[in-house]
Design a protein around this ligand. Structure first.
Ligand SMILES: [Zn+2]
Length: 382
């Protein structure tokens, strides 16, 4: 373990094309380099772990690269790129506003901006978590942002765009980073696995991607944890156990029970899930996601919206085929409401149980209606 470097750092992209899942943004940034119309200030917004700082660094490097590729990628070979990659660049500054948010920190930065770049075209300032700056610090910064020297470029990054003052927003070109799609994440994890000589099931990686909820950095650290836990053999079983994730089979089983004539079956299953240490809300939001997937799997057109392993789709199709669409929609609505109100409930277990009982009661009611209708039409035909 002496030379162990966490994957998120080891596989941090150093060119635009290796950035995962942000193609629209990297294309626009490269286009700005191509046309030479580079704004003075940028604001990168989006959830954590989706590549904002990574893109800011690549862009900063590309701005000063002496021999960018035809495609405007940084060459990673010129002096400027080398200095940057060794974290020794005199022309790129990074400030983490989460820990340096005082007016003095910003004044020090502003003083810096006045000094021309050394042996490069631009001085680039990357300010991470910019929403953490104090109001005073924001105001001190605003002046510089209003009239920066031509060689200064600012890249601000934030997870909380709504906290950025309108005066700052209006001076920045805003880029909205999206959460990374499961499929993009899985592809990247697979690449890392191959590089590291790790065997990993696609289904296992899908569980990791779901757990990471769009944040690649989280996915990679979960992956590292699994690799050491499973001794480089990341199976679906081991992943489910290690991450304490509710297996898709549990949801398939619960659905069968919810839409059955036995009103106790779902309640017993829920008790079993709780006794394994799972959280009620975790279960109910997973149940809602499962019902959504069932609804989508009813139609070929919506199948691409499912973010799941190919091998699982037949099981979903099969279950969805047996169920009434309106009942499914009503069940989804009930789970969603339960999830929404969960935190406010005084008896959380009961609120989930009521939800499950309602879904089952709707099913039984509909079943009785259908049976009565069949009986009536039979009687009429006699
Ligand atoms: Zn270069």
């Amino acid at each position: 373990m002496d030379n162990f470097i966490v994957s998120a750092r080891k596989y941090r992209p150093s060119t635009f094309k290796t950035v995962v899942g942000q193609d629209a943004i990297t294309a626009t940034l490269k286009n700005a380099l191509r046309t030479g119309q580079v704004a003075q200030a940028f604001l990168f917004c989006g959830p954590r772990g989706v590549g904002k700082t990574t893109c800011a660094r690549i862009f900063a490097k590309a701005l000063n690269c002496e021999h960018p590729s035809e495609d405007f990628e940084p060459c990673n070979e010129c002096n400027s790129c080398k200095q940057f990659n060794a974290s020794a660049s005199f022309n790129v500054y990074e400030l983490d506003a989460a820990s340096n948010n005082s007016v003095d920190d910003i004044r020090a930065l502003v003083d810096q901006v006045r000094v021309s770049p050394q042996g490069a075209r631009y001085k680039v300032y990357i300010i991470d978590e910019v929403h953490m700056l104090t109001t005073q610090a924001f105001n001190a910064f605003l002046k510089t942002l209003e009239e920066p020297p031509a060689y200064a470029k600012f890249i601000l990054a934030t997870t909380e765009k709504h906290k950025i003052l309108p005066t700052i927003l209006s001076r920045c070109q805003v880029y909205d980073f999206k959460r990374i799609k499961d499929d993009d994440m899985i592809r990247h994890l697979q690449y890392v696995a191959t590089q590291e000589g790790v065997t990993a099931d696609t289904e296992a990686l899908r569980v990791v991607a779901t757990k990471a909820d769009g944040a690649l950095r989280d996915a990679l650290s979960i992956f590292d944890q699994l690799v050491s836990f499973t001794d480089k053999n990341v199976t679906y079983e081991a992943t489910i156990n290690n991450l304490n994730v509710l297996d898709v089979n549990q949801y398939l089983d619960m659905t069968d029970r919810l839409f059955s004539e036995d009103p106790t079956a779902a309640l017993l299953k829920f008790d079993e899930i709780l006794s394994k240490g799972f959280d009620g809300q975790h279960f109910i939001s997973g149940m809602a996601a499962h019902l959504r997937d069932l609804l989508l799997s009813r139609d070929e057109v919506t199948i691409p919206l499912l973010e799941m392993a190919e091998s699982l789709i037949p099981a979903f199709r099969e279950q969805a085929r047996k169920l009434d669409r309106l009942l499914l929609m009503r069940a989804l609505e009930l789970c969603n409401t339960c999830d929404f109100n969960y935190k406010l409930s005084n008896n959380k277990r009961l609120s989930v149980e009521i939800c499950l009982m309602q879904i089952n009661a709707n099913y039984i009611y509909k079943l009785k209606q259908t049976q009565a209708a069949v009986r009536q039409s039979r009687e009429r035909s006699i």
